[in-house]
Design a protein around this ligand. Structure first.
Ligand code: ADP
Ligand code: MG
Length: 555
């Protein structure tokens, strides 16, 4: 973060909430958190505008947790999210942040799952209800009193909810809640439809906008590359092979990530160390001194820990995790290119973060060119170049000092000088892969041309991601359909799911796997009635573009 703050502890949150947040590995509130938390804590209505990935969930979850009364076993806060996936993510986040608040329970309410258990959880006293608007309305139709005790309402991703056609449902929900409630609305964009809702249903709302001021970036060469979240470490390892760096700083979001990446680098023989907020001041200074004098070449840091770090040797900045805002991007890459030297900054972007990349480009007024992950040949060439550079200076006087010995050894062994030189090379390179085949075997990496959705929220979703990548046979009675919309159109699986559920009138279970690729997407739909469904979806638009879903035949 760019502004100086006192961290989460200075925000007037209950100590058990602060403790849970710090245990999650967050060091400092993001800008939207910093600004929203005091407003929501004070009970105001609020409109928050910020891009994806800026930390909006904690921006409302932490103060809402602070405002509920755990001893009262009745629903007190309602969070509305556009899709089942997002509702589940938000519910999981609440559970994480409420870990040290005994008695707080969270229920997720969404379509495609039986209603009975959801209603039971609400009646059993869950204080936090996270719901999709459609399913919540189904509950309201059965029991119009379910929301009678809810005095905090959050609309998360309000623009997405309207895009998915939830306007009418929202009106029903507003009516079913006490008028004295606190209402908070988060949205990436504020079109007229959202402003109209705010006008009618929010009382004197405070506005928080994470504004992107224009920043100038000087002699730093910038590039980005698309990767999947779970490929970041292997991508970094590859990049390090080909980038000619002196010292390098790699930025990640959490303490745990600093430790994980630093140890992965050490395991590969790099002189690397982690720098995070847990590291004592004197140790921190030792790390920085080591980076200055070359005992270390790579430091893996969080934003907070790297604040003020000024090491002229730094030639490279790797943004392994996306910064929260363009200002911290500019701040981070300013660690290189010091004192008029040249610097290079690389940014790893997961599909979900494309929009942040665009914001960064707009704010810095510069295009951040896309580069590809180096292939095996590039890695091999880089290794051979390094070997050449290290051997070349040794050749000059070696013949004079060791030429006779070479003659004697080749005669004694009965081999050619070429054979002996090759043996010495093998010894000197210590088993390093130095053929194309060996390099490719050593660094298996899925090509980055087929990015998948990265879901927010830690390990659980990372694991989900890996599982989803495993080749899966087409479910029985299902047909695969294709649309030309993909990640590069700003499409995520949740958009497709939302659109098909809404416009197709299908149950969630009817829809199988959704795979979002760069330039197209695949969706598994029921074979039964497929043609009718496709006709129904004929004019459906997603993210402003025509879906044009067609049957897809693989051969
Ligand atoms: P948004 O809703 O704005 O898209 P999320 O709330 O989903 O963003 O947060 C994006 C990611 O950032 C999540 O993985 C979350 O755990 C992480 N995150 C949020 N706040 C912080 C923080 N203060 N420090 C470190 N990581 C954070
Ligand atoms: Mg969010």
């Amino acid at each position: 973060m760019t502004q100086e703050t006192g961290g989460f502890a200075a925000l007037d949150l209950h100590p058990s909430i602060v403790a849970a947040v710090l245990a999650t590995g967050y060091e400092e509130p993001s800008a939207i958190q910093q600004q929203s938390i005091p407003i929501i804590l004070a009970g105001h209505d609020m409109i928050g505008q910020a891009q994806t990935g800026t930390g909006k969930t904690a921006a409302f979850a932490l103060p809402i947790l602070n405002r509920i009364d755990p001893s009262k076993r009745e629903p007190q806060a309602l969070i509305l999210a556009p899709t089942r996936e997002l509702a589940l993510q938000v519910a999981t986040a609440f559970e994480t942040y409420a870990k040290q608040m005994p008695g707080v329970t969270v229920v997720a309410v969404y379509g495609g799952a039986p209603m009975g258990p959801q209603l039971k959880a609400i009646r059993n006293g869950a204080q936090i209800v996270v719901a999709t608007p459609g399913r919540l309305c189904d509950h309201l139709r059965r029991d119009e009193k379910v929301l009678a005790t809810v005095n905090h309402l959050v609309l998360d991703e309000a623009d997405e909810m309207l895009k998915l056609g939830f306007m009418d449902d929202l009106e029903v929900i507003f009516k079913a809640m006490p008028e004295t409630r606190q209402t908070v609305l988060f949205s990436a964009t504020l079109p007229a439809s959202i402003r109209a809702i705010a006008e009618r249903h929010l009382r004197d709302p405070k506005h928080v906008k994470i504004q992107s001021k224009t920043q100038t970036v000087t002699a730093i060469e910038q590039a980005h590359l698309m990767v999947h979240a779970d490929q970041k470490v292997s991508a970094v390892l590859r990049l390090l092979e080909v980038e000619e760096f002196d010292a390098l700083i790699a930025f990640v979001r959490t303490k745990q990530a600093t430790l994980d990446l630093a140890s992965a680098l050490e395991a590969k023989g790099y002189k690397a160390a982690a720098l995070n907020g847990d590291i004592a001041q004197n140790q921190r200074e030792r790390v920085i001194d080591s980076l200055k004098d070359g005992r270390l070449d790579i430091v893996v840091a969080t934003d907070v820990a790297a604040r003020g770090l000024d090491v002229p040797r730094i030639t490279h900045v790797f943004n392994v995790d996306m910064p929260y805002d363009p200002e911290s991007y500019v701040h981070r890459i300013g660690r290189t290119g010091r004192a008029g030297r040249e610097g290079r900054a690389l940014l790893l972007v997961t599909p979900r973060e494309r929009r942040m990349l665009q914001v960064i480009e707009r704010v810095t007024g510069q295009k951040v060119a896309e580069v590809r992950l180096p292939n095996g040949q590039a890695v091999l060439d880089a290794r051979i170049k390094k070997l050449t550079n290290s051997l070349a200076p040794l050749v000059a006087d070696a013949e004079a000092s060791h030429g006779d010995l070479l003659d004697r050894l080749t005669a004694d062994i009965g081999c050619s000088p070429r054979a002996l030189a090759a043996a010495l090379l093998r010894k000197a390179t210590n088993g390093q892969a130095l053929t194309l085949e060996a390099v490719e075997k050593e660094q298996p990496l899925v090509p980055s041309s087929a990015p998948r959705e990265r879901t927010a929220g830690g390990e659980r979703s990372e694991r989900g991601e890996r599982e989803r990548r495993a080749p899966m046979p087409l479910g029985e009675g299902r047909a695969r359909c294709r649309t030309a919309l993909g990640a590069r159109d700003g499409i995520a699986a949740k958009n497709l799911l939302g659109a098909i559920l809404n416009e197709g009138g299908l149950a969630r279970e009817a829809i199988g796997r959704i795979q979002v690729r760069d330039s197209f997407s695949l969706v598994e739909l029921p074979e039964d009635g497929l043609d009718r469904l496709l006709t129904k979806l004929k004019d459906t638009r997603v993210a402003g573009k025509q879906l044009k879903l067609r049957r897809y035949r693989e051969d």
